[in-house]
Design a protein around this ligand. Structure first.
Ligand code: PHE
Length: 333
């Protein structure tokens, strides 16, 4: 049959997939394909001829279809890549690689500022003894913070540290002054999980011990830190109390939201508290085996979640723990 032979030759002669596509359209194309046209004629034939002609044309259609598929398989196998018409100059698809969490970004930024001042990083265990977490830090035995309500105990005398200050003690025990360390880590408190509290959160402790260290050093270093971290800003120190420092002070920076005029974020005060600090208590130096006549020191502690809350103007810290990518993408770097 003429069309059949011609079709076989055309299919065999197609040298690539594009050429084969042209042949397929010429034979089976809906509009003017040669075989399609034959099928269209069938209804016009007299009923007696129709059945016979129909069988022949349909067999032809099936045979042509099979030949086309065979050739297609051959050509795809021979040159799969070369046959594609992909535009190799198109830019690639960007892949989402993930990014650092805002709390990590804040910790790294704080570390960099203190590293520039000669501080090194110190870490300590999250499961601590009562002695390191409280007793050695001059907490009186009946201090309310030691109460079961705030502290998560693991067993008698062993707890999840409630602050990073025990690292002060461990560092002073293992290193001789001059000491300049920064200690980031997680701490635990039996707090409710609300807009400004989480039962586990990060803290960063700083400690500086040497001969002739005074409150001036504390103020100068922490003010320098605030100006580098928040951009030129105002700071103020308010008297405070911690069992392990004397005197103690909390540092405020000018509210980053309203610039000091007073807004909802700073509860109308124009200031935001960012850290607790003080001169290391002589009893704490003594407990660490450091000569408190010869050496003095200062320390501070701050919460990176709180700092991130200020820096990124976050109304509720729980968003920092939700892992909602829509939020994280906004601060990702
Ligand atoms: N450890 C204190 C707290 O968790 C913070 C602090 C650290 C205060 C060092 C003074 C010196 O609240």
């Amino acid at each position: 049959m003429k069309i059949g032979e011609e079709a076989s030759a055309a299919i065999a002669g197609a040298s690539d997939l594009a050429a084969l596509d042209v042949v397929r359209t010429a034979l089976l194309g809906r509009k003017a394909g040669q075989v399609t046209e034959l099928l269209k004629i069938l209804p016009q034939l007299p009923p007696d001829d129709r059945r016979e002609a129909g069988a022949v044309v349909n067999a032809l259609k099936t045979a042509v279809g099979e030949k086309l598929d065979e050739r297609n398989a051959e050509l795809s196998k021979a040159a799969p890549a070369a046959a594609s018409d992909a535009d190799l100059t198109m830019p690639g698809r960007a892949r989402w690689l993930g990014a650092k969490h805002p709390i990590t970004l804040v910790i790294e930024e704080i570390e960099e500022i203190f590293r520039d001042l000669g501080f090194t990083i110190a870490v300590g265990p999250e499961a601590e003894t009562e002695w390191y977490n409280f007793t050695s830090l001059n907490f009186p035995a009946d201090h309310p913070a030691m109460d079961m309500h705030d502290t998560l105990y693991l067993s008698e005398g062993v707890l999840l540290r409630t602050h990073t200050s025990p690292v002060q003690m461990r560092t002073m025990q293992s290193h001789k002054p001059p000491i300049r360390v920064l200690s980031p880590g997680n701490v635990y408190r039996r707090d409710f999980f609300d807009a400004s509290h989480a039962p586990m959160f990060a803290q960063i402790e700083g400690l500086c011990v040497d001969e002739g260290i005074s409150f001036v050093d504390l103020k100068a270093v922490l003010t320098h830190f605030a100006n580098r971290f928040f951009g030129k800003t105002k700071t103020r120190f308010r008297p405070s109390f911690f069992p392990f420092t004397e005197p103690s002070a909390e540092m405020d920076v000018e509210c980053v939201i309203c610039g000091g005029s007073g807004c909802a974020s700073c509860k109308g005060t124009g200031w935001m508290e960012i850290l607790g600090s003080g001169m290391v208590h002589p009893r704490v130096l003594k407990a660490a085996g450091i000569d408190d006549e010869k050496y003095t020191g200062w320390a501070f502690g701050m919460g990176p979640a709180r700092i991130a809350k200020l820096r990124y103007n976050i109304p509720d810290i729980r968003i920092l723990y939700d892992s909602d990518v829509r939020f994280l993408e906004q601060v990702a770097r």
